[in-house]
Design a protein around this ligand. Structure first.
Ligand SMILES: [Zn+2]
Length: 219
């Protein structure tokens, strides 16, 4: 989950629940074409489902309210959230990047989410939901989360290889030193890209980069 900003995007026309291309396009800008829960990224925002942040079953007036429309994965994240997780952090108004601690376990890169303040119900609920999305909590959801786990694991393996590479290799000769500077610039550019808010799984990738003290490359 990353912080998102709706303020710079004009409100589109919303007549009914048949979401137009304009609505999807504008939601894509706000959420960087990513699911606001798991941060999976799609080229086309219409691949996602439009999620009601406050469930329609709780408040019907929110059905066509622009500020209540979010982008989430079809059939998984959107479903896992449902009405049972209505009291969670809002990435458009809460600092979700600081309130949750994101972690990938060493070795297997399993996503973990911790509340910075365990007595805050919104934060703990959000962590519970993110756990459910990434690990599942019954036979069916455990099976369904395997793909997301695998995609994150592969991306993290590439990231860790680059991070390790940049920290290793102590040059001896002048030529090696020059070579290292050149390579470092290129690797830093790559790291900048995978920790950017525009990239998939930003917060989990940032947790890796932080271990290697690359916080200065965050956008
Ligand atoms: Zn998702």
């Amino acid at each position: 989950m990353i912080n998102c900003n709706r303020e710079d995007v004009d409100i589109p026309e919303i007549k009914n629940q048949r979401w137009t291309t304009e609505i999807y396009k504008k939601l894509g800008i706000i959420f960087h074409n990513k699911c606001y829960l798991c941060e999976t990224k799609e080229f086309n925002p219409a691949t996602f489902e439009v999620d009601h942040f406050i469930s329609q079953s709780k408040d019907l007036s929110k059905k066509l309210d622009w500020n209540n429309l979010y982008l989430a994965c079809r059939g998984t994240c959107n479903q896992y959230k449902s009405a049972s997780f209505d009291n969670i952090l809002d990435p458009c108004s809460h600092d979700v990047e600081k309130l949750i601690i994101y972690e990938l376990t060493r070795g297997y890169f399993k996503p973990r989410f911790y509340a910075t303040n365990p007595s805050n119900i919104k934060i703990t609920n959000t962590c519970k939901l993110l756990d459910k999305i990434h690990k599942g909590n019954n036979k069916k959801s455990i099976y369904k989360t395997k793909t997301l786990q695998e995609v994150i694991r592969i991306q993290a393996s590439f990231a860790i290889a680059e991070l390790n590479h940049i920290k290793q290799n102590s040059p001896n000769t002048e030529k090696e030193k020059k070579e290292k500077i050149k390579n470092t610039q290129k690797l830093e550019q790559d790291i900048k890209e995978f920790v950017s808010r525009e990239s998939p799984y930003t917060m989990l990738m940032r947790s890796l980069a932080e271990r290697f003290e690359f916080k200065y490359l965050f956008d």
